[in-house]
Write a protein of this length. Structure first.
Length: 335
């Protein structure tokens, strides 16, 4: 048996002989020698690559247009293994130099056809169009794609917008924000749907707003639920506002015929902000301070009552009543 030390000595002896050989040739002769070796190796490789070989290539699978009411009951294959035959030069291109486009699986079209399966012929067609005509497909695995799924129930729910709007000075929101669409369809099992009353948007901040603005907001994901659509368009009506003052009387619509109500003062002033475009539109008939008789009766001893607007347009912002309380007397009619 050759010992480790003997092997080491033999290796050193061979290394010295090779080194001495190249030293005797000189650097020019060495370079020429290596060039011939590389040239011979290149010819040998080229000749071998002209022969046919078989290799396995892997093509990704892309599933698209998945209907929201469909839920997969198993893991779909993410790639297809194809065994192909061609010349070595072509196969090197497939292996090292080329990336393959996914085989496209349109689940919406497959579902309409009523057969939730992608045939071998369809898969091969998706692979063949990416290969040279000289390449033969020997086998593919899996040979068909079976789409197993369950049908989900659905429910339409309103959308709650979670948004903070920062307005520039002098501007206000001039009405209700609108959401398009106003409802979202949720797909899930019955137990999950029963516990959901609405869908919320992802929190968003909009800054320095000085005109009506539309923004797209994504809906918050809910575990085990698919949404259609997944985002909505929110319209924020914004206008420049100005101050307006209106004199208004305090009324009581159910005052008994045998009573007389006297207020001090007899009228108050309402100061509010309104959109410039509606400045002329706002009149006394759009505002109202109406107090039921029972509230006057309840405060008759004190003889003073606080005031609040009981009617106002949505676009009237921050109304202030001056004064915010009045004194009153209830007198019985002698007639």
């Amino acid at each position: 048996m050759i010992s480790w030390l003997d092997r080491q000595n033999r290796f050193k002896s061979i290394s010295k002989k090779i080194k001495a050989f190249f030293l005797r040739l000189g650097w020019k002769e060495t370079l020429i020698f290596l060039s011939f070796i590389l040239l011979a190796l290149g010819f040998w490789l080229l000749q071998n690559l002209q022969q046919e070989y078989e290799i396995e290539i892997f093509i990704p699978v892309q599933y698209r247009n998945i209907p929201p009411e469909m839920r997969s009951t198993e893991h779909y294959p993410q790639e297809i293994a194809a065994k192909v035959r061609d010349k070595g030069t072509v196969l090197i291109n497939y292996t090292w130099l080329r990336s393959f486009q996914p085989v496209d699986v349109n689940l919406e079209d497959i579902r309409k056809e009523g057969n939730m399966q992608v045939s071998r012929r369809t898969i091969e067609a998706g692979i063949s169009k990416q290969l040279l005509t000289s390449t033969s497909i020997l086998n593919i695995e899996p040979q068909t794609l079976t789409i197993a799924y369950t049908e989900l129930q659905y429910k339409d729910v309103p959308i709650e917008v979670d948004i903070a709007v920062m307005l520039e000075p002098g501007f206000q929101i001039s009405g209700s924000m609108t959401v398009d669409p106003g409802k979202v369809r949720l797909y899930a099992n019955d137990n999950t749907l029963d516990s959901i009353t609405n869908a919320k948007t992802v929190y968003s901040e909009v800054k320095k707003v000085n005109q009506t603005k539309q923004i797209k907001l994504r809906l918050k994901k809910i575990a085990g639920v698919q949404m259609e659509p997944e985002e909505v368009t929110v319209t924020i009506p914004v206008e420049e506002f100005t101050e307006k003052r209106i004199t208004l009387a305090v009324t009581c619509n159910d005052l008994p015929d045998n009573y007389v109500l006297r207020t001090f003062p007899s009228s108050v002033e309402v100061v509010c902000n309104v959109p410039i475009s509606r400045f002329r539109e706002l009149t006394e008939s759009d505002l109202e301070i109406q107090i039921p008789f029972r509230e006057f009766e309840a405060r008759q001893t004190a003889g003073k009552i606080s005031l609040n607007l009981t009617k106002q347009p949505l676009w009237v912002i921050h109304p202030v009543i001056i004064p915010d309380a009045i004194e009153f007397i209830i007198e019985q009619n002698s007639q």
